[in-house]
Design a binder for this molecule. Structure first.
Ligand code: SAM
Ligand code: SF4
Ligand code: F3S
Length: 450
């Protein structure tokens, strides 16, 4: 009988020194979580993670493709940083993430000095790709989609100080007609419930008391019949943590069961991000969102009825192809009626390869911008009103840091995700305290420690 002994993977070394890597992240929380995963993969193979680009032998840009603006921004940044290669000959610059996945080797046409391109399912191959580059400095690319890759057994290096992202699923099957995500992140797959629970427990032990469960549509989590409501119940029992949040929820899949579990689970925060996208049924249908404006409104009502203190935030797109003035007005009116605590508003950006990019009646840029500005103005007034309504309330704050504006003030977040500033000793950082809200300035609450 022959016994095969697997060789340990080689460690990264360059002239006897550890290779130093700097990662710069763009895009949503999924990308932040992926950078934390990549950091862990590289550290395991003896790379040194540095916080300063000047010290790096390898610079990695983890990119986003969701709107054209996101791509333009990162390309501008990469082009700027290429000048570093003149003074540091062996410097390698690579691109990973959604834009790497979308464009693959075509990225080289935008900048021919990029050394490597790695897609969202190939991060485990990054150490080899980089080490090979130092032996054989030839452009390298791997953007193969692997719809089964879930990065099990890997514990990320959390980059936050007190809040940790825990990925519970990858990919998306919804194919909203405007969205590039399903094309760059592949099919939806859920992580093993046991791995999720272990990671949450570990994050709590490491001092991250506020955890966010992550996925493009967490409400469709399913691992061997365990659904999202059940997962939430189990996470709520983990003693090492104190607060639970989750993003993103999809209105078509947010069940009554999940709302009930949210309301009865003491650690689940009174805070939900629920993307509305539009307030018009025809536009919602063309977006392939799978719900009506009325359904969306009813969910918001249910959430408010079961958790009166809940803060709801949303995403809205202005100027979707074919959107008439009346249809836009319905979006405006629904936002006004619901009064979200905050709204991320975007003008429609056509993404090549998605259905909406091919729809007739694309809305001119000028009108998209005008509509966007109307939504921004409306939401500013609503947010400011909502924040003023907090005055007089006592809120539990998870203290994160010294405030940027004053040395003797601390800053932290409430359960409903509002930044709150108050006078206090630095020793309170990392602790939970109660604060009476006395004022609201912009998007910040001010208060006094009680
Ligand atoms: N999966 C999440 C959901 O469905 O709520 C959000 C994913 S996406 C990363 C974040 C937001 O970007 C979306 O909710 C949408 O409002 C916006 N978005 C996506 N594609 C867009 C596009 N082509 N143009 C403008 N905004 C877009
Ligand atoms: Fe994009 Fe829709 Fe998936 Fe969200 S649910 S990531 S908007 S396709
Ligand atoms: Fe996120 Fe942008 Fe990718 S929003 S999933 S990083 S396209």
């Amino acid at each position: 009988m022959t016994v095969s002994v697997s060789q340990p993977a080689p460690l990264a070394n360059w002239g006897g020194n550890k290779m130093k890597v700097f990662i710069e992240t763009y895009g949503c929380q999924m990308n932040v979580a992926d950078s934390e995963l990549v950091a862990s993969i590289l550290k395991d193979r003896n790379f040194d993670l540095v916080n300063d680009m000047d010290n790096a032998d390898i610079i990695i840009f983890n990119t986003c493709s969701v709107r054209q603006h996101a791509e333009d921004r990162v390309i501008g940044r990469i082009n700027n940083e290429m000048s570093r290669k003149r003074s540091k000959k062996n410097l390698k610059i690579g691109v990973i993430g959604c834009m790497a996945q979308r464009l693959g080797e075509r990225l080289q046409e935008l900048n021919s000095s990029i050394d490597f391109i790695v897609g969202t399912d190939q991060y485990k191959n990054l150490p080899e790709i980089i080490m090979n580059l130092f032996e054989n400095p030839k452009f390298s690319s791997n953007t193969i989609i692997n719809n089964r890759e879930i990065y099990e057994d890997l514990y990320p290096i959390h980059s936050g100080k007190y809040n940790a992202f825990i990925t519970i699923m990858r990919g998306c099957n919804n194919f909203c007609s405007y969205c590039i995500v399903p094309y760059v992140r592949g099919r939806e797959r859920s992580r093993d419930v046991k791995d999720v629970l272990n990671d949450v427990h570990k994050a709590g032990e490491q001092g991250f008391k506020d955890i966010t469960l992550l996925g493009q549509n967490v409400n469709s989590y399913n691992f061997n019949g365990i659904n999202f409501a059940e997962l939430l119940k189990r996470v709520n029992k983990i003693e090492t943590i104190r607060r639970i949040r989750f993003v993103t929820s999809h209105p078509k899949d947010l069940s009554d069961e999940v709302i009930e579990v949210m309301a009865e689970s003491e650690k689940v925060c009174e805070h939900l991000h629920l993307a509305m996208q539009s307030g018009d049924d025809e536009i919602l249908h063309k977006m392939n969102r799978g719900y009506t404006a009325e359904h969306f409104y009813n969910i918001v009502q249910k959430l408010g009825a079961s958790m009166p203190e809940i803060a709801i935030t949303t995403d809205v797109i202005a100027g979707f192809p074919g959107e008439t003035n009346e249809q836009f007005q319905r979006t405006y009116d629904l936002m006004k009626k619901i009064e979200f605590d905050y709204a991320f508003t975007f003008k429609f950006s056509p993404r090549q390869g998605t259905k909406a990019a091919e729809f007739n009646k694309q809305i001119p840029e000028k009108i998209r911008l005008e509509r966007l500005q109307k939504l921004i103005n409306l939401q500013q007034d609503i947010t400011s009103k909502k924040y003023k309504e907090q005055i007089g309330k006592i809120k539990e704050i998870y203290v994160e840091k010294v405030s940027k504006k004053a040395e003797d003030e601390l800053s932290g977040k409430s359960r409903d995700f509002k930044i709150t500033v108050f006078k206090g000793e630095k020793s309170l950082i990392g602790k939970f305290v109660n604060v009476r809200i006395t004022n609201a300035v912009g998007w910040t609450l001010k208060g006094v420690l009680i």
